[in-house]
Design a protein around this ligand. Structure first.
Ligand code: CA
Length: 229
């Protein structure tokens, strides 16, 4: 559920927004001055903040600036008055994600909220997909099924990726051959544990500096393997 915080001192405005947001299925919290708002933003775990600029104690501009200074990237939409310096609002100095000028239609605000949340989701997806991990001498991107070493792209089969990924998720713990068989092949087409060993030999040739003296995929005698990272 989308958690939204309204920082605004006018009770009627808060009540109106709250009703409409709840109809949208958002979970709504509010704060009625800049100081309380800042504290809630930094303590809480909101998906998006609706932040009025004209607030007692700390202005919305100041709240926004301090939130970003703390390294908090929660999306913020500012409620501005006509004539406010919009360049400043959206500039790097403040780091707000969008703004809407009072008086605004609630429909328009909700559309902006959804657009900002969508942008955030897209950015996060991109980030997690492009993330690669170092395993032995390889840089591996599991979502792209892509591996490379210092000299370039390394060819790996789908199965090799799957086994490596499984060992990676269980890194620094011992995984038995039977467990690998069960997870990667399932019960249907279970080959013998010897098959697992053959795949590990192939993986080591691509991952290890010296495949004869493995330091990344270790053999745990009588049980299985352990990926060190
Ligand atoms: Ca206000």
């Amino acid at each position: 559920m989308t958690k939204i915080l309204i920082v605004e001192d006018e009770p009627q405005m808060v009540a109106g927004l709250k009703d409409n947001f709840e109809l949208e299925g958002f979970q709504v919290d509010s704060a009625r001055d800049g100081e309380k708002g800042l504290k809630k933003i930094l303590d809480g775990n909101y998906d998006i903040i609706i932040l009025d600029v004209m607030l007692p104690n700390l202005s919305g501009f100041e709240v926004c600036k301090r939130v970003r200074k703390k390294g908090d990237n929660t999306p913020i939409i500012l409620l501005t008055a006509r004539g406010e310096e919009i360049d400043k609002v959206l500039g790097l100095e403040l780091g707000a994600d969008d703004y809407i000028t009072k008086p605004f239609s609630i429909r328009e605000l909700i559309a902006r909220i959804k657009a900002v949340l969508r942008r955030k989701d897209d950015a996060e997806l991109l980030k997690s997909k492009s993330k690669s991990v170092t395993i032995g001498k390889l840089e591996v991107n599991f979502s792209a099924y892509n591996a490379s070493d210092g000299s370039g792209q390394v060819e790996m089969s789908h199965k090799e990726f799957e086994i490596l990924h499984f060992l990676w998720t269980k890194r620094n713990t011992t995984v038995s051959r039977d467990e690998i068989l069960r997870i990667i092949w399932g019960f249907e087409e279970s080959p013998t544990t010897r098959t697992v060993d053959n795949f590990v030999v192939k993986l080591r040739q691509k991952i290890e500096m010296n495949p004869n003296k493995p330091q990344t995929i270790l053999t745990v005698h009588g049980i299985g393997y352990k990926l060190i990272s």
